[in-house]
Design a protein around this ligand. Sequence first.
Ligand code: C2E
Ligand code: MG
Ligand code: MG
Length: 436
Amino acid sequence: MLCIASGLIMLIFTPWAISDILLGRVALFLSDLYFLVMAGLVVLLARQSLLRVASLLFTIAAFVGVVGLSVVVDVPSATLPRATQIYLIPLTVVAYFLLQYEVRNLRTAVPVLNLVAFVVLATTSSSFGFSPMVSEAERGLANNFASLLAAIALYAALTVMHREARESTALERAFGVAIMNGEIEAYLQPQCTAEGALIGAEALMRWRHPTRGYISPAEFIPMAEHSGLIVPAGEQLLGKVCELLNRWEGDAALSHVRVSVNVSPMQLLAAESAERLLSRVSSNLAARKVLKFELTESMFVEDFEMVHGRMMQIRASGIAIALDDFGTGFSSLNYLRRLPLDQLKVDQAFVKDLPAAPDASKIARTIVQLGKDLGLEVVAEGTETAEQVRALQEMGCEIFQGFFFSRPIPAEAFEALAQELHDGTRSLRPAAVPSC
Ligand code: C2E
Ligand code: MG
Ligand code: MG
C-alpha cells in the first residue's frame, strides 16, 4: 500500500515539478518537491522495514500537503471552485488502512481529520486570504485531472485494502489452526553475565506457517494482538514454558535458569484471561521462583489501578515481573516507583548505538542507574558487540541478552547449550573476544 501510494504521488508531481522549474515558479516547485521528497522518504523507510514510521509519515505529511495545496495554490474563483481537496478521499482510505494497528485515538483521528478537512474545503469558497498562484486555465486543467486521479487512487487503495484484508484473514485463520494444533513454539534466548554465565532466558513465540515457513513475530504478533488470538497463543506458550521448567527441576545444568514470558495487555486486562494465565503456573513452579512475566509500558495507559492490582496478584503467585522495552513507551517515572517490579529491561534502541553515540550513552546510563536506584535487576537487550557489553558493564549493568551471546534458539537446543555450559565444553562469550 505504502509503495503504491508513494508511486502515485511521484507520478502526479514529477510532471508538475518539471514544468514549474522550467517556468521559474519557485514556490510551486517547492510544493511539488515537498510531495516528491515525502514519497521518496516513505519508500526508503518502507524498504528498511520501518513500516510504522513510514505509515505515520505518509498519512500526516500527505494530509498537510494536500490541505496546503488546496488552501494556498488552488484558490477558488467565481467561475472555478476548489478541487484539490478531492485527494483527501483516497487519503482517508489509505490512512484508515495504514493506521489500523495504532492506538484508537490516532487510528480514528487521522481519517476523520481528512474527512472534516475535505468537507470544509469543498463547501467553502473562501480564499482564506491567499491570492491565486496559477492562472485560471491551469487550475481548470489541474482540477479536471484531480477528479480522474483521485478516482484512480481510490480504486487502487480499495483494491490493495481488499487484497491485504483477505490475506490477513487467511493468516489469522492459519494462526488459529496452529493454536488448535498446539503448534505455537517457544524459542529461548539466553540471558547471562558479561562473562557468559547463564542466568536465565526469554521465551519468544515462534510460528511455522504451513506454506510460508517461520513468520517474523513483527508480522504475526500485531495480527495476533489485533485479533485477540494472542490470548490463547500466549497461554499455550506459557504452558510449554511451564512444562520445560518442571522438566528442569533437579537438573544441575538447568534448574537455576529463570525464564521470562512476554505478556500482552490483552492477556492481563480481562480478568478471565488473567486468571487463566495464573492458573497455569503450578505452586511448585511458583515456589522455585523461576518464572517471570514481561510487561510493557503500553499496558499502563489503559487503567493504571487495575494493572497495578493484577501485578500485585502476579507477584503474590510467586511470579516475578520485568518491565520490557523500557523508555520506548509512555514512560512516567511516577508509576515506576509504585509498581511491584523486579527487573528493568533496557530497550535495544538505547543499546544499538553504544558506545559511540554520546546521547545513547547518556540515556542508557540513566536507565541503568535508575533501575539500580530502585533496587531492580537491569537487563540490557539487543547487545550485539563486545564494545556494547563493555560500555553497559561500565554503567553498572550486570545481565545481558543479545546476539553477541546467542540468538533465540529452540528449546531442545537451549537445553543442550545449558548442558555444555555446565560441563564447561562451551562458553556463551565468543572466544575471540577477551572478557572485560
Ligand atoms: P521483545 O520482548 O523485546 O523481545 C526481544 C526481541 O529482540 C526478540 O525479537 C529478539 O529476537 C530480539 N533480539 C534479541 N537480541 C537481539 C540483538 O542482539 N539484536 C537484535 N537486532 N535483536 C535482538 P522477536 O523474537 O522477533 O520478538 C519481537 C517482539 O515480539 C518481542 O519483543 C515481543 O514484544 C513480541 N513477542 C515475542 N514473543 C512473544 C510472546 O510470546 N508473547 C507476546 N505477547 N509477545 C511476544
Ligand atoms: Mg520481551
Ligand atoms: Mg524487549
